[in-house]
Design a protein around this ligand. Structure first.
Ligand SMILES: [Fe+2]
Ligand SMILES: [Fe+2]
Length: 185
């Protein structure tokens, strides 16, 4: 099995582990981030392999140990480095994967200096549109909201995610956004 397949399996194991505070749904989120990161990397002529690896690894710290959640971008970058080093992945590419993980959080505003970072951060933001059931679960099951408040919560969350993206990704994903908005009317 190659490196990427091994990493996917490792992420799956961590996601379904009872120790994962965020639950199994985190796998759909991570898978969607990896897929969108690849799509954007092709579009923006970024390094597809780096974006795919960073997508799979971007939340590795938070699914492994909830105590790491607060600084999961920093811990995750270091964990990714360890993993990729063990596969003898080229050092310059490891540095790029680390940068993508370090700067994937819209809430932790840092200057993004590479196309790869933009691809992964935007993929993280758009992923909510691909995993609507998780948002409904959060609203109606975990937060126990009524129908109107729950829908409002989901809409706001989606809109905030959309607004975190770069201008070019906003344009690229505008149809996806319009489709989901129509569904939630
Ligand atoms: Fe994250
Ligand atoms: Fe994420």
């Amino acid at each position: 099995m190659d490196m990427l397949e091994n990493i996917k399996e490792d992420i799956k194991r961590r996601c379904i582990s009872p120790d994962n505070f965020f639950g199994e749904g985190s796998y759909s989120h991570i898978e969607s981030v990896a897929n969108n990161a690849v799509e954007l990397a092709r579009l923006y002529q970024a390094d597809v392999e780096v974006c795919e690896l960073a997508g799979w690894l971007h939340d590795i710290a938070s699914i492994t140990d909830y105590k790491l959640y607060e600084d999961h971008h920093i811990h995750g970058a270091n964990m990714a480095e360890e993993i990729l080093k063990a596969y003898n992945y080229p050092t310059d590419k490891i540095q790029l994967v680390k940068l993508c993980i370090l700067n994937h959080r819209g809430s932790v505003l840092k200057e993004k200096t590479t196309r790869e970072e933009i691809c992964v951060a935007d993929a993280d933001a758009i992923s909510h549109y691909d995993t609507l059931p998780s948002l409904f679960y959060l609203a109606f099951v975990q937060r126990k909201l009524n129908i109107d408040d729950g829908i409002e919560f989901v809409k706001n969350k989606l809109e905030r995610s959309y607004n975190k993206m770069s201008e070019q990704s906003k344009e690229y994903y505008q149809h996806k956004r319009a489709m989901i908005q129509a569904l939630l009317k």
